[in-house]
Design a protein around this ligand. Structure first.
Ligand code: DOR
Ligand code: ZN
Length: 427
């Protein structure tokens, strides 16, 4: 055994004091006591699986002033995330064999954490899904316009589902209906206008479209960032091959309490009412929602500090997601088991990754947390290039140690590994 970590483990749905034995990057044994070349006793701290963020925008290639794979993955690691899945709205967009291969190659030299790459399905490449499928970790479909996104016409949805059924690669969907968005288009001066321009009816229409087109097929579909009461109702009795994600910002913010002129919170789909927020909480607590995803979408302070109508949509969040929700577990807003299912276990299942639970045979992706050590989030302590956070001042519990495939990446607020440690998964 290379390493054993002793402490309070979250294992098979409960806590027990014991040792986690690691060999060749995998969890090799879980026992009361274990002998290994190196032993780490974490005392009263918890040993938990690292998180998997199946929705990040690391802007690499194309927008290195906002983020790149090295800064984005550094932020992920400090936030207890061992694996990120990157979205295709980069420049060039990830829509072809060469753009996928170049992104994978570049991320391989820069990423601190494990990663996967999604390709976008567009009206132009719809016929090439089978060719792209073995090269990427999944696909993204935008049914409505968003930052740098290429929208797929709904008449192609069924073909996309048919192809992904064959490959079993996850198809992630941005569910806002484009004709509906166009109908509501107007000048926006604040978050309430932004919400009026992207009403929940657009989410509802897109979700019905997805359900209709998936009928009789069983492709693995993931609805990204669910944002409305109506959306929860549409998906409440969905078939089991359709999973659903929610973001920290849709759970933690609502337009009733935000300063509405603030461009920081301009994001797609929009932050909605306190009713929507409560419906999402309830859905997350009652297992109607499968996954907590950050939708880490960094834009610089300068880009955000412009007139509301011209500000880009998107908020950063990969580093703060797990720590924010650990603090909410401490406040008994949700059980730890539910959080670990949302952040670790379900994303691993959906992506077929040997990660997400402390089980023998899985990758030794582990975080150690001191639940008595709550800190308030400040932008200065974070590692994204964008330099700000919408969660400034929020209580959070950051990991004290982070391991990926058995290697210690983070200790004493220091990154111990070099960029390029991360490896491509899900292909
Ligand atoms: O607000 C958003 N920002 N929504 C998206 O769908 C894209 C993202 C971005 O890439 O900035
Ligand atoms: Zn996104």
């Amino acid at each position: 055994m290379d390493l054993s970590i002793e402490g309070t483990l979250f294992h098979k749905g409960g806590f027990e004091h014991g040792c986690l034995g690691i060999k060749d990057g995998k969890i090799h044994a879980i026992k009361k006591t274990l002998k290994a070349e190196q032993h780490i006793d974490v005392g009263h701290q918890l040993i938990l699986p690292a998180g998997i963020d199946l929705h990040v925008h690391f802007r690499d290639p194309g927008f290195p002033h906002k983020e790149d794979f090295s800064t984005g993955s550094l932020a992920a690691a400090f936030g207890g995330i061992s694996c990120v899945m990157d979205m295709p709205n980069t420049q060039p967009p990830t829509t072809s064999i060469s753009s996928i291969q170049e992104k994978v190659h570049s991320a391989q030299t820069r990423s601190y954490v494990d990663f996967g790459i999604y390709a976008a399905i567009t009206n132009q490449n719809i016929g090439r899904i089978a060719t792209l499928s073995p090269l990427c970790s999944g696909f993204k479909i935008y049914l409505g316009s968003s930052t740098q996104a290429t929208v797929l016409s709904p008449q192609h949805l069924r073909a996309a589902f048919f192809e992904s059924q064959r490959s079993q690669k996850l198809i992630l969907i941005h569910a806002e209906d484009e004709p509906c968005l166009k109908r509501h288009h107007a000048v926006e001066r604040n978050l309430v206008d932004h919400l009026r321009c992207r009403p929940s009816a657009c989410e509802e229409t897109a979700l019905h479209d997805v359900l209709r087109n998936a009928q009789g097929l069983s492709p693995p579909i993931h609805i990204c960032h669910l944002s409305s009461c109506e959306g929860v109702e549409v998906l409440r009795h969905r078939p089991s091959h359709i999973s659903v994600g929610v973001t920290p910002h849709h759970l933690l913010f609502d337009v009733n309490t935000l300063t509405v002129e603030h461009t920081w919170y301009k994001v797609n789909p929009p932050i909605r009412s306190s009713f929507d927020r409560e419906a999402l909480w309830s859905a997350a607590q009652h297992h109607i929602i499968d996954v907590l995803e950050s939708d880490h979408a960094p834009h610089t302070r300068e880009e955000k500090q412009v007139e509301f109508d011209h500000a880009p949509s998107g908020v950063p969040g990969v580093e703060t997601m797990y720590p924010l929700f650990l603090a909410l577990v401490k406040k008994e807003r949700l059980p730890l088991g539910t959080l670990l299912s949302l952040l670790c276990e379900r994303p691993a299942q959906l992506l077929h990754l040997p990660k997400g639970t402390l089980e023998v045979g899985n990758d030794a992706d582990i975080i150690v947390v001191d639940m008595n050590h709550t800190e308030n989030i400040t932008a200065e302590r974070l590692h994204s290039k964008c330099g700000w956070t919408p969660f400034e001042g929020y209580p959070a519990i950051f990991p004290s140690l982070v391991f990926i495939r058995g290697e210690k990446l983070i200790q004493d607020h220091q990154m111990l590994m070099k960029p390029g440690y991360g490896t491509c998964v899900g292909v």
